[in-house]
Design a protein around this ligand. Sequence first.
Ligand code: ADP
Ligand code: MG
Ligand code: ZN
Length: 206
Amino acid sequence: MDFLIHNTGWIEVVCGPMFSGKSEELIRRLRRAMIARKRVQVFKPVIDDRYSKSEIVSHADVRMQSLVVSGASEILSKLDWRTQVVGVDEANFMGMELIEVAGQLADSGKQVIIAGLDTDYLGRPFPPVPDLLAMAESITKTLAVCMRCGNPAKHTQRLVGSEDLIEVGAAGQYEARCRRCFEPGLPRQEMLPFLRPRTAPFEEDP
Ligand code: ADP
Ligand code: MG
Ligand code: ZN
């Protein structure tokens, strides 16, 4: 986004499945802003304390200090008015207020860089990220490596049985899968009627 002129705010979104490098890309962009001597603040939701309570941490252990908030509205109360670049990780846990907050920050001249899951464990759009994509000046979709076949992976496969939308976890509970290898938890793909093999023509369903 080097072409944007001085004093203009904007929104950049980095989205994709787990393990696709969203946090690493967010940290890379924020480090560059710091090198450019911009004032940077980074926020993460309190719900994500997988590796650290006060840092954003990537799966390859790249780290950056961050402020912890319970939801997007707390970003505004913890914001230093001199901050020029605002980073947000795990946008999918920040709540719908992030749409309003990101818009306000960008309108007030700040560069807002947001990272988060674009789809949930069933492959559905994960609020509020789809709305943020519509609002953003710049969108980057990161892909992981499918743990089944090695192809580019856009899905987050849940390996445990929970049906809660939010089940914070990492390796062991989730893995990256491509379109072909992804098996949404419910309904299982082989249970869809048009895919179910019919053994006996007049057999009744149990
Ligand atoms: P995200 O924030 O999108 O979950 P991270 O930035 O935390 O991703 O981690 C990305 C890093 O995870 C990669 O650089 C790589 O070292 C590691 N990694 C582990 N599993 C995978 C995978 N299946 N595909 C790609 N990278 C993976
Ligand atoms: Mg991450
Ligand atoms: Zn695959």
